[in-house]
Design a protein around this ligand. Structure first.
Ligand code: PLP
Length: 399
């Protein structure tokens, strides 16, 4: 049976070149990087090489990279690490955060937890195409605002935020700017030496690296309080014995992503645009969710006007044909199983927000995969249309 994996926003297959390096390293580099002997120093060198590789990918300095166990941990460290510097110790100054209203749970739930600890959080609206308006940010910043957090690319709809502009507004007001770039790093270029970003979270498994390893970029001079307390690793900001093999894999994945970025972006944009044109032409009530152009190279999200309830059935039927895609609600409902909070934030009603189909392309997808998907999808939806008993007469014949 065919196996076509189009769910690269959920996670990516690890690149065989990364696996092979990790395999060799897991035997060779068993030393504790904090040990002074040669075995320890060899392990330390592995970590420092990965730090350079990652810094090269995002255009930062190696000593501004802190390895973590995931993107989630990096975002928690960024937000809670800033909050700790203003909760309690500096009550007079206040502690106000701003985030977009469709952040991933890694940021959204951290904001909720911080609210319970006394941080005030304001959420910025996003428009119907999934973009934050910079003028909303300007208006939302207050004298007691300490941090603004807006994701670089949304995980459900794939839209790219005007990060440079949001960062500039934030910096001009003397406030720290964090971006959850978990979906964006490795897929679009970053230039942190010049971009006004103070904190950036990333994750290895989203760009063909290993799972369970991520990093936080912390611009020099930015003060964070650690979440963990221990042996002082990662300059005391993220103590615990390092995941050497994972970090090596993350570094290698970063190196490959950098080398192949230009060709990969244009290849994925071509495949993505072919899918948009074909799906909207062959399924009349299918519409693209999120901005047509300001989106990740390989990321698509479709709704089906009038037949939103069908999306999950389309997903399951595609799965039977060996095609893996995702439903918008499954990956963004903040665990309620209800409508997608991301799509609701974009102004969709709860019915519309239940039914979206996310297709996310990656490094190992080919033209043949896209041909197969574009051949199967219309058949699947027309088959479902025939068996569906819930279609309204006004939309019959269109799914
Ligand atoms: N932020 C975004 C935008 C994501 O898409 C994800 C993962 O889906 C995360 C954070 C969490 O990353 P991790 O799985 O490494 O914890």
């Amino acid at each position: 049976m065919n196996h076509v994996y189009l769910d690269n926003a959920a996670t990516t297959p690890i690149d065989p070149r990364v696996v092979s390096d990790m395999h060799a390293a897991s035997v060779e580099y068993y030393g504790n990087p904090s040990s002074l002997h040669r075995t320890g120093r060899m392990a330390r060198d592995v970590i420092e090489k990965a730090r350079v590789q990652l810094a090269n990918l995002i255009g930062g300095n190696p000593d501004e990279i802190y390895f973590t166990s995931s993107g989630t941990e990096a975002a928690n460290l960024a937000l809670a690490g800033v909050a700790e510097t203003c909760i309690g110790t500096n009550k007079q100054g206040g502690c106000h955060f701003i985030a977009s209203s469709f952040e991933h749970p890694a940021v959204f739930e951290t904001c909720q937890a911080l609210k319970r600890r006394g941080v005030e959080v304001s959420f910025l609206p996003v428009n119907a195409t999934g973009l934050v308006d910079p003028s909303d940010l300007s208006r939302a910043i207050r004298p007691d605002t300490r941090l603004v957090s807006v994701m670089a690319a949304n995980n459900v709809v794939g839209t790219l935020q005007p990060i440079a502009e949001l960062g500039r507004i934030t910096r001009d007001r003397g406030v720290l700017f964090h971006t959850d770039a978990v979906q964006a790093v490795g897929k679009i270029p970053f230039h942190l030496k010049t971009q006004p970003i103070d904190l950036l979270s990333l994750s290895g498994h989203k760009f063909n690296g290993p799972k369970g390893v991520g990093a936080l970029f912390v611009r020099k001079g930015v003060k964070l309080t650690p979440l963990l307390h221990g042996g002082g690793q990662e300059q005391g900001l993220r103590p615990s014995t390092e995941n050497i093999t994972g970090i090596l894999g993350l570094g290698r994945a970063a190196e490959i992503a950098k080398q192949e970025m230009t060709s990969e972006v244009s290849r994925l944009v071509d495949l993505r645009d072919r899918i948009i044109d074909s799906v909207t032409a062959s399924i009349p009530n299918a519409y693209l969710i999120g901005d047509r152009y300001l989106r990740l190279p390989g990321h698509l999200c479709f709704g089906f006007q009038g037949q939103e309830g069908e999306a999950i059935r389309v997903l399951l039927a595609l799965d039977e044909h060996g095609i893996a895609v995702s439903s918008g609600s499954a990956c963004s409902s903040h665990h309620t199983g209800g409508p997608s909070s991301v799509l609701m934030a974009m102004g969709m009603n709860p019915i519309q927000a239940r039914g979206s189909l996310r297709i996310s392309l990656g490094r190992f997808n080919t033209d043949t995969d896209v041909d197969y998907f574009l051949n199967i999808l219309p058949k699947v939806v027309s088959q479902l249309r025939r068996i569906s008993t819930n279609l309204s007469s006004s939309t019959k014949g269109h799914l």
